[in-house]
Structure formats: C-alpha cells, structure tokens
Ligand binder design. Structure first.
Ligand code: 1BN
Ligand code: ZN
Length: 321
C-alpha cells in the first residue's frame, strides 16, 4: 500500500511537471530589436513640440521630424498629398515608406500622426476648445511605428513579406464639421481623412496588400486592447491569431479576447474595400480627448509590448492570416 502511495505521488509530480513544460513550450521566446526606451523618447520628442493638429506649427514640425527619422534609418520617405475628402478646403500629407521582403505583397503597419484640435471630454469646460498634446492619441503609435522601422530595417530582403509603414494625417479632427454625405456611408465622415484618401487614391494597389495592422493609443500603462467589432466580424482569424501571439509572447495583461464594439478608425477604409485590416486600440483610455493626455501617462512597457508583437508578426507571418 505504502509503495502504491509513493508511485501515485511520483506519477502526479511527473504529470504536473509535464504540464508546466508544455505550458512553457506554448510560450514564445523571441529576441527583438525593438527598443522600448527609444520608442518612449519619440513620444517625448513629439509631445514637446506641442499639439500637432491641422494647421499648427507643431504639425509642420512633426512631419519634418518623421521624414528625417525615416531617412536616417535608410528608408526613402514618400508623401501622399491629398485634399481632405470630406472637409472642404483642408489638405493633408500621409507619409509612408517600404521595406523590401521576399514577396512583393505588403503587410501594412500604420498610425496617425496628427493630434486633436479640441478636448471635448475634458473635465474643465474652459479647456475643451483647446488643442491636446495627444501623448497617447497620436504620439504613442507614431513613436512605436518609428522605432519599429528602425528595428526591422535589419531584416531587409529577409522578411517573408514586404512591409509598408504608413503615417496618416487628418485622422483626429472628427465630429466638428458639418460634412456633406449620406448617413448610410460610414466613410462619409470628418474623421480619418488621410486613410480614406490613401485607399481611394490607390497608393498601394489593393491586391498587393496581404493584411494590415493599425496602432492607435498604444502607450497607457494599463492599456486594454480589445477587438474592434467590424474588423473582427470580417477578419476574425487575423485578429484572433495576432491576439494569440501577443498572449504567447507574455502580453496577455494587455490583449483581451473581448470586444469594444464598432470604432471608425484608419483601418475602416481598408475593410470597406475588402482589405484585411485590424486595429490595436485602447478605447478605454481614460484621458482620451482631454488635456490630460500628456507624456506622463505613457509607459515604455506598453509601447514595447506592441512593438515587439509587430516585430514578431513581421518576422513570423505564416499562419497569421
Ligand atoms: C481614435 C483616437 N479615434 C479618435 N482618436 C477614432 C475614434 C473616433 C474613436 C470616434 C471613437 C470615436
Ligand atoms: Zn483621437
């Protein structure tokens, strides 16, 4: 009896040990080039320029800064100049660059670089008509995209897919202008002017895009990334696979398998044109469209989680979609 008891204990230990090894095996170990401290420094550079809303001095400055950085990494900085499709009299500039991979199909990684010219959710009513610095809303994703570009340039010609990096302009001044257009068209909006124009001007032919990932508000220490429901309805396997990779990389504290609902963002025009595109967005950010969306609310760890995840997806895209 005593021996049976000992054998049972030994078996139990063996099984639980096996389980923990399997659990370890389901984790991904990956040595990234993405440097979260550098990404954080890009947030600081942008926020110290001030609000980068349409027509501001800082808006011009940030465009020049993005182009200079991109060129310093060894890319050619390209510009897509456009007239805002739904805001009369406004023109914008999307900035983009390519990294050559083994296939001529592109994975698109994108962010918006403009910040909002009002703070309609601020507690202080007297501050609501003032522009915001947009540390999370604008700067965090732009910083992550820049640092990602620096990091992955080392893989030039080696990645399975080519990469298109896109910095959209005129995303964030929506809800302020009477637009012409039908209510039934979700793209008849004064948000996301840059991405609407980018898709309709066919800057990257639709058939050349494998899939895309948009980054938006990726810097809060307690960020919760959940599915945008329109994208998840159309492209659930892409969304689920990216989330699974995030969890395997150890970022399950940020990436949750639940829904925010329908959000119009820069990925929407792509989906409307049947191009698979998902949004990594923290729509629960408590300082969204307030004056408190400032540099001190940003955590390098969150920028790192998103940057490393995307670096992993670009280096191991098979099975993601
Ligand atoms: C994201 C960040 N968005 C704006 N700033 C898109 C959005 C538009 C989200 C309207 C909610 C409502
Ligand atoms: Zn915004």
């Amino acid at each position: 009896m005593k021996y049976i008891f000992i054998i049972l204990i030994a078996l139990t230990l063996f099984v639980s040990c096996e389980r923990s090894i399997n659990a370890e095996h389901s984790k991904i170990t990956f040595k990234p080039y993405f440097d979260s401290a550098k990404a954080l420094s890009y947030v600081k550079t942008q926020t110290s320029m001030g609000s980068r809303h349409y027509g501001s001095v800082a808006h011009k400055k940030v465009k020049a800064f993005i182009k200079e950085e991109i060129e310093s990494f060894g890319y050619e900085a390209l510009s897509h100049n456009f007239d805002a499709p739904y805001i009369k009299g406004r023109s914008g500039e999307n900035i983009y660059a390519f990294l050559k991979g083994q296939s001529d199909k592109y994975i698109v990684i994108a962010s918006h670089y403009d910040s909002r010219s009002i703070a309609e959710k601020d507690k202080d009513y007297s501050m609501r008509d003032k522009p915001i610095v947009g540390a999370n809303d604008g700067a965090s994703s732009t910083a992550t995209l820049l640092e990602l570009m620096r990091a992955v340039k080392k893989y030039e010609n080696e990645l399975p897919y080519s990469v298109a990096f896109v910095f959209f302009d005129l995303e964030d001044d929506g809800g302020m202008i009477d637009i012409e257009g039908s209510d039934s068209n979700i793209l008849a909006t004064d948000w996301i002017q840059g991405s609407i124009a980018f898709v309709s001007d066919n800057i990257i032919p639709k058939e050349k895009i494998y899939f895309g990932i948009l980054l938006d508000m990726v810097g809060s220490p307690d960020a919760k990334f959940m599915f945008e429901s329109y994208a998840h309805t159309k492209y659930s396997s892409l969304y689920d696979n990216v989330w699974r990779l995030a969890q395997k990389l150890g970022y399950g504290n940020y990436f949750h398998n639940s829904h925010y609902g329908f959000i119009v963002d820069d990925h929407t025009p792509f989906i409307e044109n049947d191009i698979p595109f998902i949004d990594i967005i923290d729509m629960g950010y408590k300082y969204h469209h307030t004056q408190e969306d400032s540099y001190d609310k940003i955590d390098a760890k969150t920028l790192g989680a998103v940057g490393v995840l995307i670096e992993y997806v670009l280096t191991n895209p098979n099975g993601v979609y």
